[in-house]
Design a protein around this ligand. Structure first.
Ligand SMILES: [Zn+2]
Ligand SMILES: [Zn+2]
Length: 68
């Protein structure tokens, strides 16, 4: 049996925590638009574009296989 080592970058999962949203899947962006009625800018939760809201990205070191 051939021993296959787990990818040390993703711990064998083939996925990595999204660097852009830290795994949350969404990001809070504050729109710097003054709203006269409310008097402040509302923070807006947006789906992370890097991971499409999954919070995980494809591991580039093992090409998503989880094996090194
Ligand atoms: Zn993300
Ligand atoms: Zn990996």
């Amino acid at each position: 049996m051939v021993k296959q080592e787990e990818c040390k970058y993703c711990n064998g999962t083939g996925k990595q925590t999204c660097y852009s949203c830290s795994g949350a899947g969404s990001k809070i962006e504050v729109n710097l638009v003054y709203i006269p009625i409310f008097g402040y800018a509302l923070p807006e939760t947006k789906i992370c574009y890097s991971c499409n809201g999954t919070g995980r990205t494809y591991c580039p070191y093992c090409h998503g296989t989880g094996k090194s």
